[in-house]
Design a protein around this ligand. Structure first.
Ligand SMILES: [Zn+2]
Length: 77
């Protein structure tokens, strides 16, 4: 255990953390060593259902135009 890489993060006591670092990482499990720690990048946590994203609005526009054209064709018949 002593030979494994230590975390080294600064603790509240002002000393460096001596917990073993996560495999392939430089920090321990308490100091951000886990793969997906912290908030998601960008603003992904604000996304609740994706109903008002750029892609969804574009799809709505397309469907609306398609329905409009369908009605025009029906009217011409
Ligand atoms: Zn640590």
């Amino acid at each position: 255990m002593r030979s494994s890489l230590r975390c080294g993060a600064l603790t509240r006591r002002g000393t460096s953390c001596q917990a073993p670092a996560m495999a392939g990482r430089t920090r321990c499990r308490m100091h951000g060593g886990t793969a997906s720690s912290g908030a998601k990048t960008g603003n992904k946590n604000a996304l609740k259902h994706g109903g008002t994203t750029h892609e969804a609005k574009e799809l709505q526009r397309y469907i609306r135009a398609l329905a409009q054209r369908t009605n025009e064709i029906i009217d011409e018949m």
